[in-house]
Design a protein around this ligand. Structure first.
Ligand code: ZN
Length: 110
């Protein structure tokens, strides 16, 4: 069994490839590698009713937050060509491993 590993990193811009938010783009707020999920700003918003809890200074009401997506449902948007793309990887001369765009071969990690 190979471990599923997402190439998505925090602060990447990603495009959603499936589901109701398909086509939307957003910045990655968090990556949850154990669950293979990513939390993307403004994408897959869920509304939750919360009860007020004065001890924890929580007001009751409707709270919106990002529910996150499975990492396989997003693609990293290449900063070079601006297209959602699969990631390759390359080891640079200084030994640094970087992600590269499969479309334009541009280096994604600066
Ligand atoms: Zn590219």
């Amino acid at each position: 069994m190979s471990k599923l590993q997402t190439p998505v990193r925090k602060n990447d811009t990603v495009a959603v490839t499936t589901g109701k938010d398909s086509g939307k783009r957003g910045r990655v707020l968090r990556v949850l590698p154990a669950k293979n999920r990513v939390i993307v700003e403004g994408v897959n918003i869920i509304k939750r009713h919360t009860k007020p809890n004065p001890q924890r200074n929580i007001k009751g009401g409707l709270v919106e937050r990002e529910a996150g997506l499975h990492a396989s449902n997003v693609q990293v948007v290449c900063p070079e060509c601006g297209k959602p793309t699969r990631m390759g990887s390359r080891v640079l001369g200084d030994g640094r491993k970087v992600r590269i765009c499969r479309k334009c071969e541009g280096v994604v990690d600066k």
